[in-house]
Ligand binder design. Sequence first.
Ligand code: NAD
Ligand code: UDP
Length: 312
Amino acid sequence: MRVLVTGGAGFLGSHLCDRLLSGGHEVIALDNLFTGSKGTIAHLLNRPDFEFIRHDVVNPILLEVDWIFNLACPASPIHYQYNPVKTVKTSVMGTLNMLGMAKRVRARMLQASTSEIYGNPTEHPQTESYWGNVNPIGPRSCYDEGKRVAETLMMDYHRQNDVDVRIVRIFNTYGPRMAVGDGRVISNFVVQALRGETLTVYGDGSQTRCFCYVDDMIDGLVALMQYEGNDSAEPVNIGSGDERSMNEVVSCLSEVLGRKLDIAHHPLPENDPVRRRPDTTRAQQRLSWQPRTELTEGLRRTVDYFRETLKI
Ligand code: NAD
Ligand code: UDP
């Protein structure tokens, strides 16, 4: 297959490019390098089956491809809140442009949606049939609502124009190649710990998330793209079911590093969801997917990566 990966120089995108290339596909990575960097794909740039295009998905483009993975969008709160209007444009106009291309060249398209479309959930765990509890006017809305509209566009292009679509609701994912300044919790804690700094725990640290190791997430994205069932357009949650509070994440990292870690509490960001855990029955039944990497093991690999990157 000839595959386009938008956001291909980002954390998930670069791992996806690796996986697709090792599966024998030809890959075009498209990215505006807002949060991504050429460093994540430096090892691919000389390959004849790989191409990098610096482009912003807000602007239309036409490429002859079979599959489109639309991952372009800043994912960390500090980055998507830096220019919220641009974040909305990236999700809405970016997805619209990619769907227009998919329709024209008859490509299959997968949209990277997010657990954030559930907002601060009133149902736990979250199944795909839950409609969510999202603040439409808060600081996270540019991301949450942008992704919700992206899902709407995917379904409307599917119903109206018969575009072959896949929607994955990605839950917190971490691992090597997260940017040092990404701002999400795992990279923050690991970088702070390795630098001997105090860990920044927002709020009292009792809020929960489920952390999925990047390799497991990539397995899920590829499996969903390949899935051929009649229900293939329906959204699928992909994420770990291992729910941990931020305080537990600190303990786990402390265990991996073999030393006690100092923490300081900082104010909890506005609209920060209290609990989050995916119901992944659909992914298990339709894709035979389940996460394999324990948090301790994933943290160990992430620590090794940041040790090398930071030369500590
Ligand atoms: P990331 O910030 O590392 O990657 C996003 C990439 O998109 C970057 O390379 C960035 O430069 C690029 N980009 C941003 N705006 C663009 C634009 N307008 N045009 C072209 N490129 C643009 O984040 P990530 O964790 O790799 O996330 C990838 C996708 O997965 C995003 O769509 C994100 O919303 C989704 N997602 C990720 C997680 C997670 O935990 N990692 C969770 C839920 C959803
Ligand atoms: N968080 C934290 N310290 C940090 C960064 C984040 O305690 O340095 C918390 C944050 O408030 C949230 C959780 O960790 O409750 C996950 O945050 P992240 O930004 O990684 O993902 P998201 O909130 O988008 O799920």
